[in-house]
Unconditional design. Structure first.
Length: 231
């Protein structure tokens, strides 16, 4: 455990909190990735080469495996954001697909910029990904997603983007969007929750969970100290 703490110091576990105040799980991200994501609603670091992205993903999956008992024993889910480069690597790599199949608490979150989200795409990569791991849709409402996409693909959870929430918070139109999404997934997760007023805005909305800086993220050591049990 300690060697992983030293080896991957830049990773954080960001809580995903249910509407009732419990923990659905975490998003595993790099600190630098989260800074960029908050600035432009982008789910991945575009300054990284495809090879470096794959290395980051490998580190994330390694962290997930090291902490497997925490997620299994507490019934937590762990989402990891991926883009086209990582998705293609997963599809072509039998070993990583086997790891994902063996660790069923891992979720792959596809960002709204994923190339196969265009209407004319046959979505072969998405189909292959779904065979080895449960998929989430990230950043719905940020510009490149649609209700048609949600209706025609199978996403376990749909995460509404910070920008969409901040723009429409407390409005009837926001509640209607949640109502439209809910029948096509197991629940909607709202990102960008920063204060008690945001939580108040979401009271009464049919959402599954919330995510944002209102809840403190955990590093590897803090995750172990808070949730690891020896049985």
């Amino acid at each position: 455990m300690q060697s992983v703490t030293r080896g991957y110091p830049g990773h954080i576990f960001e809580p995903i909190v249910t509407a009732s105040g419990g923990l659905l799980g975490f998003e595993l991200a790099r600190k630098s990735q989260k800074v960029e994501s908050q600035q432009n609603s982008c789910g991945y670091e575009h300054n990284l080469s495809p090879e470096d992205k794959v290395k980051v993903f490998f580190n994330q999956v390694t962290l997930a495996c090291v902490n497997a008992n925490i997620f299994i024993d507490n019934d937590f889910l762990l989402s990891i954001n991926i883009d086209d480069d990582i998705a293609c690597h997963i599809v072509s790599n039998t070993a990583i697909r086997n790891v994902l199949q063996q660790h069923r608490f891992i979720r792959l979150a596809l960002d709204q910029n994923f190339s196969e989200f265009s209407e004319e795409s046959p979505r072969k990569v998405i189909r292959s990904l779904s065979e080895c791991c449960t998929l989430w849709l990230d950043n719905f409402g940020a510009g490149s997603t649609s209700l048609s996409l949600v209706m025609n693909e199978s996403f376990e959870y749909i995460k509404v983007s910070e920008s969409f929430f901040w723009q429409h918070q407390g409005t009837q139109s926001f509640r209607k969007i949640i109502e439209h999404l809910t029948p096509y997934c197991q629940g909607v997760i709202v990102k960008g929750v920063e204060n008690a007023q945001h939580v108040e805005y979401l009271n009464g909305s049919n959402i599954r969970a919330m995510q944002g800086i209102l809840w403190t993220s955990y590093n590897q050591e803090e995750l172990i100290q808070s949730f690891f049990s020896n049985g």
